[in-house]
Ligand binder design. Structure first.
Ligand SMILES: [Zn+2]
Ligand SMILES: [Zn+2]
Length: 397
């Protein structure tokens, strides 16, 4: 049961949140370069009276504390990401990006402004909760290794120790105001590989004098699929895709080497670790058997995001109570990456979606598209759910 219904209050402060969002939208900064954005955030938090403001956490990250006045208790962390993308905006809006080739095309401008809105309202309701809310603004969600990991390494989950985390992402494919929750995995572990197979080049008519890296590559690429078909639990999920094969450029020459690139997507840690171990073994083993060698680079991206059932319940209940059963749906598992996953592996977490689509206003373009935009009316529900879930969680602990 929510402490108070915050929807009306968020409605009232929406103009301030929209102004902040448009400011960020006009002044986008790329991953790990969010200097102006972070300074604006810190200034706003100071103005609101948020305590213990820390800047420069994990690069340009900012954190602050809102202490409930009902006494000691748990600490819940609320997270926003601040980075923009290297995209030239194609929207004709008066808050269009003022920086050529940079654009908030994923909605992180909205996340940052919304979390400032949440902080504003929670500051006015300190008397109604115990424990502490830690607001966290992170750099570089879009570029692995990402800002979440950097902030964790810099101690963002300590002093005070964070017990649970909540984050949200606006969603271009959900109508404004709709809320989607999901228990369990919320995104895929996303890794990449690059392999250089070294053979021995030669005349195409004299293969016996050469070691053909193209034939080695062909064998290895097919064998890779057995990692999914024969070595992954059928009830688990994994995808291995070879997306580039680069070798040779003549009709009559066996090339000296071949390069292979691709991606691995997994849901469970077990499958992820298995792939990271077995993929290099397949390449080196097959190459060796056939007289060549393989140099494998395996690059780990973001891990799979894990939503904790208990924390999701606070979010789901708040959403149903504030926005009505019809506005709340169970989300689907996407295979995109999201570095909130690092927080979700450290503390029980919930990452939920907040719809910002509006077909009437042609706000329908997908994330990372040059015409991406958000229906700002949708912020109210996202903010109200986040703030209410945080308070309810703290009061229940
Ligand atoms: Zn994105
Ligand atoms: Zn994003």
């Amino acid at each position: 049961m929510a402490t108070v219904n915050l929807t009306r209050e968020f409605d009232e402060i929406l103009p301030v949140v929209v102004a902040d969002r448009r400011h960020f939208h006009e002044h986008p900064e790329l991953a790990f370069e969010e200097y102006e954005t972070a300074a604006y955030v810190a200034e706003r938090l100071r103005e609101l009276g948020v305590e213990d403001i820390k800047t420069g956490v994990g690069g340009t990250g900012v954190t602050g504390l809102i202490r409930g006045e009902r006494g000691d208790g748990n600490v819940v962390m609320l997270r926003a990401d601040m980075d923009a993308l290297p995209i030239l905006e194609e929207n004709a809006v008066d808050y269009k990006s003022q920086v050529d080739g940079k654009m908030h095309a994923c909605g992180h401008d909205a996340h940052t402004a919304m979390l400032l809105g949440v902080a504003r309202i929670l500051m006015q309701h300190k008397a109604e909760f115990k424990g502490t809310v830690k607001v966290l603004f992170q750099p570089a969600e879009e570029v692995p290794p990402g800002g979440a990991q950097a902030m964790i390494k810099d101690g963002a989950l300590e002093n005070p120790k964070v017990d649970a985390a909540i984050g949200l992402h606006v969603a271009a494919d959900m109508p404004a105001g709709q809320i989607a929750w999901k228990v369990g995995p919320g995104s895929a572990g996303s890794d990449r590989f690059r392999v250089v197979i070294q053979g021995r080049g030669g005349h195409a008519a004299r293969p016996q004098a050469a070691v053909d890296p193209v034939v080695i590559a062909a064998q290895a690429i097919l064998a890779l699929q057995t990692l999914v078909a024969r070595e992954t639990d059928p009830m688990d999920s994994a995808v291995v895709s070879t997306t580039a094969v680069i070798a040779g450029d003549a009709f009559n020459v066996i090339p000296d080497s071949a390069e292979i690139r691709g991606t691995v997507r997994t849901i469970s840690t077990t499958a992820r670790e298995h792939m990271a171990k077995r993929l290099p073994e397949i390449f080196t083993g097959i190459a060796q058997t056939m007289g060549g060698s393989a140099d494998v680079t395996y690059i780990q991206g973001y891990p799979s995001l894990q939503n904790d059932a208990a924390i999701v319940e606070f979010v789901r209940n708040a959403a149903i109570e504030l926005t009505g059963e019809d506005n709340v749906i169970e989300g689907k598992l996407g295979l995109g990456g999201e570095d909130f996953s690092y927080f979700s592996l450290e503390v029980p977490s919930c990452f939920f979606n907040c719809g910002t689509r509006n077909e009437e206003r042609d706000i329908v373009w997908g994330h990372h598209h040059p015409r991406f935009d958000v229906e700002e009316e949708g912020f109210v529900n996202g903010m109200a759910v986040m703030a209410t879930a945080a308070m309810d969680y703290l009061n229940a602990m």
